[in-house]
Design a protein around this ligand. Structure first.
Ligand code: DAH
Length: 341
């Protein structure tokens, strides 16, 4: 058969072939377009055609190749398109909801607390939860047999430090004050958030673990009125502009003078209700001027520097803000509760 006739035959075959699935299509490619396929053979034969005929036959052959390639590509698109649509999927069904969770209410409260202090120049520092007696008590002017040690029931660990005393779970975040003062020079303005532990019976108001934020400012000429204005500023930012604060004389071994910090009840606005036990006020922490004995323990000169410190319980603050009346519910991990915040 002459080459031209063969070309006509194959052209007919290509035009009428209808590959319907990936297998058909692959057979089409093997038959016509592969290295050993029919078209390659025809191109091979082209070499034997006379000089005069070559341009005509060559052109026909090229057109044939184009036809085969176009057929292959367009059919491939069609088949792939239809096969990528999975027939058994209902695209009108709603998507699956993926619950990615969110921050715990205590973390949110801690963040907000720290953010407000950051804005006014306080730096965040942290310390270990397993502490030694020196940082947790001694350096905070609470030596052994000091009655104030009984204010906080302590969990001791079965591990001893270099001096032979047992490590403990810190009962407050105040030891971070000591650690920071031992490693940095004044002026200092820090807030120290973290977990604390107390060996106390669990009740709606008390848990064996909770969170505190400690604050400390040390510089020349720091006064009690700086302390009052900073805490008043913070509490107005946190609870709202019309919040009032009051400072009641109190006692802590590491501050002198010391005060208890109260805010006007956010629920009744000071008129008196169940939450504030009709007093109009809620206690939210302690504060005071750093005792010179604490400065001596860390090697700061109390003749040159003064400072104020404060400590607040985050659970208490969050419970008051959101009207939660049982601390234990914060740690049950019940999503019906947690999702509300
Ligand atoms: N550490 C105290 C406690 O846990 C709270 C506290 C009170 C911290 C007065 C202070 C402070 O820094 O000045 O009960």
């Amino acid at each position: 058969m002459s080459l031209l006739l063969q070309i006509d035959e194959i052209e007919k075959e290509i035009s009428t072939s209808l590959p319907e699935n990936p297998d058909d299509l692959e057979n089409f490619r093997l038959k016509f377009l592969s290295r050993n396929g029919l078209l390659s053979q025809l191109f091979e034969e082209l070499k034997t055609v006379s000089k005069e005929e070559k341009p005509i036959v060559g052109k026909k052959l090229n057109n044939l190749k184009k036809l085969a390639e176009e057929k292959y590509n367009s059919t491939k698109d069609k088949i792939e398109g239809s096969f990528s649509v999975r027939p058994n999927v209902d695209y009108t069904l709603p998507g699956r909801f993926i619950d990615i969770g969110h921050e715990h209410i205590i973390s949110q409260t801690l963040e907000e607390f720290v953010r407000i202090f950051r804005e006014i120049g306080f730096k965040v520092t942290e310390g270990p939860e397993a502490e030694d007696e020196f940082h947790n008590f001694d350096a905070l002017n609470t030596p052994e047999h000091h009655p104030a040690r009984d204010m906080q029931d302590t969990f001791y660990l079965d591990v001893k430090d270099k001096s032979g005393k047992k490590y403990l779970l810190r009962t407050h975040t105040s030891p971070v004050q000591i650690r920071t003062m031992l490693s940095e020079k004044p002026p200092l303005r820090i807030v120290c958030p973290g977990k604390v532990f107390r060996n106390e019976a669990v009740t709606p108001k008390n848990y064996f673990m909770f969170h505190q934020v400690e604050g400390l400012c040390v510089d020349r000429d720091v006064t009690m009125s700086d302390l009052q204005s900073v805490l008043t500023y913070f509490l107005k930012k946190f609870y709202g502009r019309d919040t009032k604060t009051r400072f009641i004389p109190s006692y802590f071994p590491f501050t002198e003078p010391s005060a208890q910090v109260d805010v006007s009840c956010f629920l009744c606005k000071g008129k008196g209700c169940k939450t504030c036990k009709n007093s109009g006020w809620l206690e939210i922490g302690g504060c005071g001027m750093v005792d010179p004995a604490v400065f001596e323990a860390v090697g700061y000169d109390p003749e040159i520097y003064t400072g104020y410190a404060f400590g607040m319980g985050i659970e208490r603050i969050a419970m008051m803000k959101y009207g939660i009346n049982d601390i234990r519910i914060l740690y049950n991990n019940d999503v019906r509760f947690l999702n509300q915040f």
